[in-house]
Design a protein around this ligand. Sequence first.
Ligand code: NAD
Length: 360
Amino acid sequence: MTRVNIAIIGCGGITLQNHLPGIALCPDTKLTALCDSDPAVLERARQQTGVGVISTDYREILRREDVHAVVIATPNFTHAPIAQAAAAAGKHVLCEKPLALNAADARAMAAAADRAGVRHMTAFTYRFVPAMRYLRRLVAQGDLGEPRHYRSCRLQDWGTRNLGWRQIRRLAGTGELGDMLSHRIDFAHVLVGPMKRLVAHLLNLTPVREGAPNDTEDWVAIVAEFACGASGVLESSKLASGRNESWRSLDYVELNGSAASAVFITGQWNQLQFGRLGGPGLAPLPVPREFWTWPGSPRDPQAGDPLVTFRYDQMWEFVDAIRSGRPCDNTFHDGARAQAVMDAAVKSAEGRRWVELGGE
Ligand SMILES: NC(=O)c1ccc[n+]([C@@H]2O[C@H](COP(=O)([O-])OP(=O)(O)OC[C@H]3O[C@@H](n4cnc5c(N)ncnc54)[C@H](O)[C@@H]3O)[C@@H](O)[C@H]2O)c1
């Protein structure tokens, strides 16, 4: 395949922020069609991109032979039906996280995509932070020794504003758990491996947001035991007043291994904090330049705000996997594995008990 033609389904916030600039980054890649169920959003996207093929019905887009791949950037409840229809139509699929409303649906999406032989990817965008990728390398080459403790903390200030579909469980599945913690569950899988069991607590402290009911959680915490024996403590909140809502709010991951500890903070995209066993404490460890962009990405790491632009490498990875006929760095199986942890967290909180995951 020379040129990769991509259609976007869902032209809201994340499409404008990540997917359009991501497609623009990729050579020989064309934004070919746009879909949004809201005609006004679709028209704005058409004017902004100049793309002529538009539809409010994704099935129309999937029937087109000139579309090779789709990006699904719609509310969570629509991911499973759209992704399965796209795979059945032979389209490669990049789907936003959380992959589905539950692990059964997410596994069905992975199975459908495998069956169809298409590339599939979950938009775990924070895998593309340079410091995260460097930490992943250090862990893989054994620099931290055996993992002992994984710790992540995502603190944002969303106040009490109306979150639209995000505050309706039927449409979103979960609140903060799927919205923000899903990325950090994926980090945990990448750095430490599968979880064996967990206990979780979910809190809804804003049952009404700007006059509209909210039946999702604003805060979540998980205590986990990994299959390798390490511990995990994961916390995420939308109600950390004064922390700001943007990507400059706290996104902290710490890994303590038998040989060393490392801290990664998204805001410090090109530096880790690192300290060896018995040493004087943590000190800055610069991220080598080769990690500033994803392997092969043509992105100039000096151009634009580095806290924004790393996200564009996600599309490059998707397109490169399509061209090379290899699996994406993360697939729907990774999305399903994170979803299983989310399901277990909900079950644990509802039953006020530990839930086994099996460590797969
Ligand atoms: N990877 C990340 O870092 C990240 C960041 C933000 C959002 N997201 C995810 O992206 C997805 C979209 O979030 P958003 O903030 O862009 O939401 P949004 O509400 O801004 O945009 C969603 C768009 O989808 C459209 N839509 C709804 N149903 C549709 C359908 N059946 N067919 C076509 N279009 C439809 C809506 O009209 C809307 O324009 C969610 O799953 C969210 O969790 C991921």
